[in-house]
Design a protein around this ligand. Structure first.
Ligand SMILES: [Zn+2]
Length: 280
């Protein structure tokens, strides 16, 4: 298949899924607009996963190319459309200028490079997380509205990075017999992870640190949110245990409220005990 001017071969491989491993070490990730995510694990360690610096460079280049290309739109010419015998069919179309075509091809190449590099980055982080943890949980954050400015949303790298990262986490979990899930992030930022007091009006996005008015605990925003995520995940796992439901195999991930329908669809498609590998 061809994508952005590059040819790809697609292979399908059927393989048995590895046996699901037991869960002991868990990490909860809180995606945010400054970094890719902030994580805390059940061994009380915290990590910050930065967004790759080169994304900004790509985005700047993409913006420049787009604006240059779009300015050339008015240089398009209206040309006749001919049939296979070389006769005009009485219809016309807009033909972009050669300069437009050249810029468009460059733009496609930059997009392709950005995609490849993003994929490598996400796999590297996901592999490292799953080497060290049995379950990786991530908040179902979507940077839509909610007081976020365009530049903040841009900095967060526009859903695409988080979205891609989540897909790859799920995929690495399936391949390694480990576990992945998304938890509902609702209220995780505004709730004190020590005493569970909830700030009624939430916390504005520019407040990075705060003190709980109820128990005086000092919090950094992202760490507190990730801790609440971990509490939520553990509570749900415990609940599942009590209900004696079988949890959570690599092929049968547990998805909490708020998980994307796409993910659930994917999971259903894996329930046959085989997985589909494709090289993109
Ligand atoms: Zn508190």
């Amino acid at each position: 298949m061809k994508q952005s001017g590059i040819y790809y071969a697609v292979f399908t491989v059927n393989r048995l899924l590895p046996e699901a491993k037991p869960i002991s070490k868990i990490i909860s990730l809180d995606p945010n607009h400054k970094n890719l995510a902030y994580g805390v694990n059940t061994e009380n360690q915290a990590i910050e996963i930065g967004a790759p610096f080169w994304l900004k460079i790509y985005d700047k280049r993409i913006d420049e190319l787009k604006s240059k290309r779009d300015k050339l739109k008015k240089k398009s010419r209206l040309v006749e459309i001919y049939d296979h015998k070389g006769l005009p069919i009485g219809k016309q179309r807009w033909q972009p200028s050669n300069r437009w075509k050249k810029l468009n091809a460059t733009l496609e190449r930059v997009y392709a490079k950005r995609r490849e590099q993003t994929k490598t980055f996400c796999y590297t982080v996901a592999n490292k997380l799953f080497r060290e943890h049995d379950l990786v949980a991530i908040g179902d954050y979507t940077p839509n509205g909610g007081g976020f400015t365009t530049s903040m949303r841009r900095a967060m790298n526009n859903r695409s990075l988080i979205g891609r990262f989540k897909e790859i986490l799920s995929w690495v979990a399936i391949k390694s017999g480990k576990h992945y899930l998304e938890y509902s992030e609702e209220g995780t930022t505004r709730t004190c992870s020590d005493c569970h007091y909830r700030m009624e009006n939430g916390l504005s996005p520019n407040i990075r640190e705060w003190d709980c008015p109820n128990c005086n605990a000092h919090h950094t925003r992202d760490e507190n949110a990730a801790k609440n995520g971990l509490i939520r995940v553990l509570r749900n796992l415990y609940k599942e245990d009590e209900e004696k439901s079988s949890l959570v195999s690599g092929s049968d991930h547990c998805v909490f409220q708020g998980a994307s329908p796409r993910l659930q669809e994917r999971e259903n498609s894996f329930s046959s005990g085989h997985f589909f590998a494709c090289c993109l």
